[in-house]
Unconditional design. Structure first.
Length: 380
């Protein structure tokens, strides 16, 4: 019997395997991954310093332990270089591995800066990256974070908590510009600023020059700044390389329907690499809902993925933030209210229906009550 083959070993891949095993203990499952195959929480990379966790301590299970617990064949250090959809096999590690169904759970890749000197910039997208990052900054004091978005703010908070002087630079005019309305963003910015984080908004880095132990950054507004190391957090892009070269339909991500099926009936995509009905949702909750639905589909019960409202918790403990942004292109308006120790921001349409929210500080306590009134992203 040909196995189900999963490409990847992140949260999407292992959650899918776990959900399948709840239904079917006999289905042969092979997991192919270019890295070590250990299981760790990728979201914790941006706050591990504050939690006092070393890179090794982030690992909760080795590949061997995951293989034993979930009855998998795991081929670690095995990069998949091609897919033969007609022949139902992948090319990996110099051999052909047949599949009955194939799941691409290959995640997303960091957007890499392209300005002169960008080779000096670090990115963190996996445990290996994080090990190198931690080793590089261990004895440093002044760091620059490029990108005032979610990951940039989380890393800035984490580094600041550990005595680093942090400057955040980016083209937006506020932190979390794509997620937060103005007053909520101002609350986050003020809280981080009060703890020593500096901001250089409205500018992008045009050049980086290493001068001994210092990186000098020239900005588009004509000014400059310096730091001992630079971390880029300017965003992620779905990893579509394997899918594209194999002829699968791709747009921003690997295009799938609500069965998470690609343009090939026997190939599915799950997680940060997938574009589901035009949406790329690189967060934990869409992975969990998708894995549960796909597990049923792959075990003979075709199940469309349902996405309820899925608020995002931003890991900035100096100013807790929870946001459930409204869907793109919906009509409405933000209503923001300052509370004692927080900001409540509600996005409502003309009929007064709640379509999204952003909460900071003490207002985060309203999260669960507000979620119940939001419309589903994909209704059942």
């Amino acid at each position: 019997m040909k196995p189900l083959v999963i490409v990847g070993s992140g949260l999407a891949a292992y959650t899918l395997a776990r959900e399948i095993r709840k239904i079917d203990r006999a289905l042969p499952i092979w997991l192919l991954t270019a890295d070590q195959g250990c299981f760790y929480s990728k979201p914790m990379l941006s706050n591990a310093l504050s939690k006092g966790l070393s890179p090794q301590q982030l690992i909760s299970a080795s590949a061997e332990k995951m293989a034993e617990d979930l009855d998998l064949v795991i081929r670690a250090g095995t990069r998949v270089s091609g897919i033969d959809a007609a022949g139902h096999f992948v090319l990996a590690g110099g051999e052909q591995i047949e599949y009955s169904k194939l799941v691409l759970a290959v995640g997303a890749l960091p957007i890499v800066p392209s300005f002169p000197g960008a080779n000096e910039v670090m990115t963190v997208n996996n445990l290996g990256d994080y090990r190198r990052f931690r080793a590089a900054i261990d004895q440093l004091h002044e760091l620059v974070v490029i990108g005032p978005g979610l990951i940039g703010c989380e890393f800035a908070n984490d580094l600041m908590n550990n005595g680093k002087k942090v400057t955040v630079v980016g083209p937006d005019w506020q932190p979390l510009g794509r997620l937060l309305p103005p007053r909520a963003a101002q609350a986050l910015q003020a809280a981080l600023s009060a703890r020593g984080i500096s901001w250089r908004f409205g500018a992008v880095v045009e050049q980086l020059v290493r001068d001994g132990g210092e990186c000098r950054l020239q900005l588009s507004d004509g000014t400059s700044l310096a730091g001992e190391a630079v971390l880029s957090a300017i965003g992620l892009q779905p990893n579509t390389q394997l899918a594209r070269q194999s002829g699968l339909n791709c747009a921003r991500g690997i295009v799938v329907d609500r069965l998470l099926q690609t343009s090939d009936v026997d190939i599915h995509a799950l997680g940060d690499c997938a574009e589901v009905q035009g949406m790329v949702l690189p967060f934990v909750m869409p992975i969990m809902h998708g894995a549960r639905a796909l597990a049923r589909t792959l075990t003979g019960q075709p199940t469309a993925v349902d996405y309820p409202a899925m608020p995002v918790v931003v890991k900035t403990p100096v100013c807790p933030v929870v946001v459930s942004p409204p869907a793109a292109r919906v009509q409405g308006e933000w209503y923001e209210t300052g509370l004692n120790g927080g900001v409540r921001s509600l996005f409502k349409d003309e009929q007064g229906r709640l379509l999204g929210f952003a909460l900071t500080g003490e207002a985060c306590q309203e999260r669960h009550a507000l979620v119940k009134t939001l419309p589903d992203v994909f209704p059942a």
